[in-house]
Write a protein that binds this ligand. Structure first.
Ligand SMILES: [Zn+2]
Length: 253
């Protein structure tokens, strides 16, 4: 892909910072229309951001053709991407320590883009759907039975509120069954796929460097997409790999 970075007057034109910002075009770039001092601030930000990341960078997650969510030695073929945002406090921001009540903010946010095979994505999606599926089956089944007049009559014969109570119990049961099933399946899927991203070697390296998941919940889900984010900070392919690719004669789009 030929980037349209045409503004040769930009103080950052052709620099490493420009490569790291990885914008499609000069228009819309954070450095667009900025003077030398402002561009220097941007360069400092980008350098700081890079210094906070693991040394080897994060492009290995999306550069290869193999799935990076598969656990075993044999990896599936990458066919989509699982996006997972991580955040880091700005080390220059010292006010944070003084304010107990301020909401936690992140100075830096980076999307981890896990190359993902069909099986891994399906496992994640199945877990996402499972609670609703279980609810539909149990609650729907109970409703079908309770709504039969003879059944409803005999239930009401015991106590007028019993049909409703049965439905409430079914709702509670489907909630618990959904949770239980998700737990069992997650454990099972976890043998093949990193179902808990906090176990993933890259996420662990990031956590050791004080990055944390911005996505709430005990088991944050990646967001799946067919095409990865190809511009913006944290999405650039390292120059060495890019040059090698060009040398190998791979025609980029
Ligand atoms: Zn996989």
């Amino acid at each position: 892909m030929e980037q349209e970075r045409t503004n040769r007057n930009c103080p950052l034109w052709g620099t490493e910072t420009c490569a790291q910002l990885n914008m499609r075009a000069c228009r819309g770039c954070p450095a667009d229309g900025k003077d030398a001092r402002e561009c220097n601030d941007i360069r400092e930000d980008v350098d700081l951001f890079n210094s906070l990341l693991p040394k080897e960078g994060i492009a290995s997650l999306f550069m290869g053709e193999a799935c990076t969510l598969c656990r075993g030695a044999e990896k599936g073929k990458r066919e989509s991407y699982g996006l997972f945002d991580m955040g880091h406090a700005d080390p220059r921001d010292r006010k944070k320590k003084l304010s107990l009540f301020r909401r936690k903010t992140y100075g830096f946010v980076v999307p981890l883009q896990f190359g993902c095979c069909r099986d891994c994505r399906r496992r994640y999606q199945l877990l996402g759907w499972m609670p609703m599926l279980v609810t539909i089956v149990i609650l729907g089944g109970t409703l079908l039975i309770v709504s039969q007049e003879p059944v409803a009559q005999s239930l009401r014969g015991v106590w007028r509120g019993l049909p409703l109570l049965v439905m409430l119990l079914a709702a509670a049961a489907s909630y618990l069954a959904g949770k239980g099933l998700v737990r069992v399946l997650r454990e099972r899927f976890n043998r093949q796929t990193y179902m808990d991203l906090k176990d993933h070697p890259m996420v662990q390296r990031m956590q050791a460097l004080n990055w944390e998941s911005i996505v709430d919940g005990k088991y944050p889900q990646p967001v799946f997409t067919r095409k990865r984010l190809s511009y913006g900070v944290g999405t650039a392919v390292p120059r060495a790999a890019e040059e090698k690719r060009e040398k190998d004669g791979e025609i980029s789009d």
